[in-house]
Design a protein around this ligand. Sequence first.
Ligand code: SF4
Length: 164
Amino acid sequence: MGIKILVSACLMGHAVRYDGRAKPLAHPALDRWRAEGRLVSICPEMSAGMPVPRLPAEIEPGKIADDVLASGGRVLESNGGDVTAEFRQAAKNALALAIEAGCAYALLIDGSPSCGSSFVYDGSFSGDRRPGEGVTAALLRKNGIQVFSDRDIDALVEAVARSD
Ligand code: SF4
């Protein structure tokens, strides 16, 4: 059956984002992988019990995903609510599913405090980005799963072709 790929559920067209929307990605490789049974879909935040819609959340200023995983940083909602425990659980759920399903790769929506892999928002809720990754992406990478953003799907296509 070939190598498996963990995929952000919102990227697969599921309306699970904090704003109640999806962020579907159209690419022929996705259609092919779906037909080949390679795709394993999860919304980490929903898997940890977070509702849809929900308040936007960002890693607090000055901290990175590794701090959150190591209990030295928090993830906060726009009203100041602390959702650190949920975000840690979300990452653990995604990793457990990836291991159970045998995923070597993950294709995740960039910018999310969970799924981001090259940038996240800076914790000020002003729309400013900074380089970095979300909590789920960080935990997956620590455990040997290669994470690609939605913008890097062509690189993932090459990686999958090399792996088969
Ligand atoms: S946690 Fe990931 S899968 Fe869920 S809505 Fe956010 S970006 Fe999409």
